[in-house]
Design a protein around this ligand. Sequence first.
Ligand code: ACO
Length: 366
Amino acid sequence: FEETAYLIIHGKLPNDAELAAFKEKLVTYRELPRTIRTIGSLPLEQYSPMAALSIGIDTMRTILTGGTSPKRPRTPVDTDADTVAEIGANGEELEYKAKGNTEDNLEIAYRLVAGLGTITAAIARIRQGRLPIEPDPELGFAANFLYMTTGQRPSKTAERLMDISLILHMDHGMNASTFAAMLVASTQSDLFHCVGAGIGALSGPLHGGANEAVVHMLEEIGGPENVEDWFRKARAEKRKIMGFGHRVYKTYDPRARVLKPLAELVTKDNPEITRLYETALKLEEVVIKELGQEKKIFPNVDYYSGLIYKGLGFEPCMFTPIFAVSRVVGWVARCLEYLENNRIFRPRAVYSGPVGNEYIPLEERE
Ligand code: ACO
């Protein structure tokens, strides 16, 4: 995760020293005790996890920038020992520069990349009535994310599965959430708000929300023996089959090719996931047979990722936040790049409604 994130943000692979320094930053910045304490005082279990994640980002922003405007000097915060890592060891001011890939912007980008994992893990635990766990500085990004969620150091297999999945979701061209983040960046708003916009766009079922929808769909089908009947009914009702189709790929999504065999790894000793996986295999066969040729509909990245997350112990409503934990890298990298030569996005719409309407006074309207 760390090496790929560096590549995406900086446009080159890190050397040894650069990677070590980047990892150290992420380890420092994943400590968010004040943010977690603040959002922990809310009834987060009643929020959708994506909404809770947005609140976490806004809270982090307020704590890091000291108020409503990121350009305003940070007001002093109370000095309990565990706030140190969150506000910067030297108490330095974080000033957001709206132009260019400045050092401060890069620091904020790093903080967001590190912070989303901590906030997401805390949300997952709070939803289950458990206390958030502090990050373990000995662990890499993927392992620490699993540790902060489950409270247990993960196996090597679980760590690698998480790592690969995070890498595959990190960036993907001009997808909807990346565009949403860049649109906000173009107004010279700050990176926290850009990431907030990305989270909003990612949460929809046609984008990042599909991974959760896939698992619910497989549960609804109930088993491979029900696939044919279920599919016929779904087609008759003109339902979209979740986890299939893509605006760009008119072939098998290469990320799904990687995730499919990995999903099989989590089925071991888990009859529930095994049944879902077998259902997924059968559905894939049926959908490709009918829609592959005809409409170029094939599995996308979301088809198998949810099974992996479920196998790693996450509840389905956490799948899309996990997507955000990774995609935040692409969001901040592209926002920083765009700001190098910024121009506000201002599309025009073609009006197609009636023209020449007269104003009718309120009391005369039907
Ligand atoms: N199931 C059934 N039919 C589908 C599906 C699907 N999953 N996807 C597309 N189609 C059909 C459409 O109904 C349409 O049929 P028509 O020509 O008879 O009207 C045709 O294929 C073209 O579909 P569009 O909706 O125009 O494709 P578009 O490129 O606009 O949408 C999208 C892409 C949103 C991903 C779509 O395939 C979809 O809704 N998929 C299900 C949700 C999903 O898995 N989203 C995750 C995408 S990956 C990501 O965001 C990380």
